[in-house]
Design a binder for this molecule. Sequence first.
Ligand code: STR
Length: 417
Amino acid sequence: MKCPHAAGHRSTPGGGAVVIDPMVQDLDGETARLREAGTLARIELLGVPAWTVTRHAEARRLLVDPRLVKDIGVWELWRSGAVTRDWPLIGMIDAGRSMFTVDGDEHRRLRTKTSQALTPRRLEALRPDIERFTEELLGHLQEQGGDGGVVDLKSVFAQPLPMRVVGMLMGVDEDRHPMLMKRYKAFFSMLTPQEERLALLDELDVFYYALVRERTARPGDDLTSALILAEEGGDPLTEEEVVGNLKAMVAAGHETTIGLILNAVRALLAHPDQLRMVLDGRIGWDAVIEETLRWDTPTTHLLMRFATEDIQVGDQVIGRGEGVAISYRAIGRDTEQHGGDADAFDITRPTPIRHMTFGHGPHICPGAALSRVEAAIALPALFGRFPGLRLAVPDEEIRKLPVMTQNDMESFPVLLG
Ligand code: STR
């Protein structure tokens, strides 16, 4: 990669960029530094400069601003060749044509069926399956940790559950799940060499194209088949678009919900008084889920949108062609939105639902309701079965994965109690 700094990035008055740490060694410190750097902060992503939005109110405005688009072709650093596919984060942006990468009328065309399939009403039909998966995986926990030994809540429960749910929804057979989980882990990890990441993305494409062809020949009652079939009189998605949406659904449905489930368990175990309130029925699981989403967001930074023209934000200007990330973790800790104690986990706060963790505007997370249903089934079932659940190591020893955009941990060793 050529030096991107040479490409004429405008600097903020007086401020150096916050360098985002690929090893995620101090996430809370970094979040605080981002908030200190201002509403619109300069960041550096592995040598590549960008802006990021750190405040709730400003993100709400910018996420509906049509001058910010997903089209990588607008990015000056990409057009000039300063950023290439050698950059380890390129797969987060240049991810094929899908509802994640397109705006405007085309975006509506790509997204409508998916959002219709994921309304709270439609999701009621999935509930029995999610409950069945949950029971099965709780059985695996019992088998592996029932003798009083340490068991990894991540690999045995929090990771396979969302994979099974999104696999069922999209029509991906269970025997493919280990392959997908392994590849996505390597995709997100900054320790994976870039040639390896590009190769595994190609392998995933081969898999997804084969799946789409199979469903084209023999449609099932999954969402992939629905995406292939044209509405009466409607115009069908292209094969590339179906593959793009399928990839986005599997990657997002699996990776983010792991974080939601594990972060909620971790927060409750670290706040036993609050756990007691939930187990006594004094406060609902929905409060736990919403507060976890705000306080410990599964997505740390969402990459990336690009300015089609200069955009004034306070006394700063996002220059035409520059990249803008959204720092959801910082936004969840916004004191203007959540009060002076925004850094505290508190399920009794009056307005926990006013977070923006699922985004805002046309690209707002289509899977939000699904992830809430998953967590609302998984968490009470887990604590119902193992009320004495506790961490097997001190909380400070839990390691974050070296992933720049997602908030995920290496493992979560517990004792079932
Ligand atoms: C991963 C790689 C890929 O093949 C397709 C996508 C598109 C959807 C992206 C996904 C990515 C990364 C994780 C995202 C997801 C949408 C929601 C999820 C960004 C780039 C979040 O973390 C919010």
